[in-house]
Design a protein around this ligand. Sequence first.
Ligand SMILES: [Zn+2]
Length: 386
Amino acid sequence: MHNPYYLHASEVFTERGIRDNHYVLVEGGVIADICPAPKPNIRIVELGEQQLLPGFLDLHIHGREGSDIMDATRESIETISSSLAKHGVVGFLGTTVTSTWENSLAAFASVGDGFHNQPQGALVLGAYNEGLFFTEDHKGAHDEQYFLALTKENIDAIIEASKGSLKVMALAPELPDSDEIIRYLTAKGIKVMLGHTNATHQQTCNALDAGACGGVHVFNGMRGIHHRDPGCAGAVLLDEQAYCEVIADGVHLHPAILQLIYRLKDPQKIGLISDCIVAGGLNDGSYRLGMLDVTVKNGVARTNSGSLAGSTLTLDKAVDNLVKLADIPVLEAVHMASLAPAKFLGVDNSLGSISIGKRACFAIVNRKFQVQTTIIDGKVVFGNLV
Ligand SMILES: [Zn+2]
């Protein structure tokens, strides 16, 4: 695949709209052209009725197929990377969960290794710390006995352990000194997301003013909207700049809430995440998430106390759910799994959409919206091209 080739699809989901019966020229791993007619003497790969989509970016994922970021091993990074590629994901943030300090630092180190020495499937775009700096009321699947003080020393230790790969830090803004820490992280180019928090509306607004970027899996793990107390959820939904992570599995958020988020937010501030755990791609049963036992039944993961514990979702399914459950236009739904996260992470100059000059990263789906082929930098990493 070193030579240039065209992908010819009945529908090409470009950044500017869905183009019928178009050709996408891949040259040197980059999208070199998008056109209605090909130039001669260049190989054409016929995709027939399949749709050519931008590759998905899953910025909040803990594990898949028996592997967990907290395993802190190369093998687990590789398993997660190849498993994600089966679902059209071309890049991800290796996301931690609350654990011992030692285990947490080891996990950041292994994500850092993956970041600097990429696996074969979905790219490791960096590390996401979801853990350690939360409060108890909305702890979800985070074991509070391992919660730590939000200090510069702890933050610096994580940044160092991650070998420069830390991109996102989740925290509860009601913790002491949070606004100062948010400014500290933001100055270092690390995005702060607010979650597993009982913060009031005002505390959340203060954190957003200090530089926090938005809400972790909005409505889940935070104080919801009450008419006299609009909470963290109310604040991140109404702040135009705030980015909202959404788990569109049909369980974490009612379809009416998916619609509500869509009506309130700029679609480019809505980022689909899987929040998938080790059980993703496996059967129902008993698993671990960080330090806690979880049970997966009908694909839904819960702790022993009944709290939702991540998901077994994939982004291809999440996009399809948004279209079917919440009536969201398919191109917008696709871009919530690609362009929106790329913009959030600041990698939209090279990833996140089908646009000339960007890296040739695609998800090719059939008419049932099942991923048939995944391409990264012009190379097939899942499925095949005939
Ligand atoms: Zn969470």
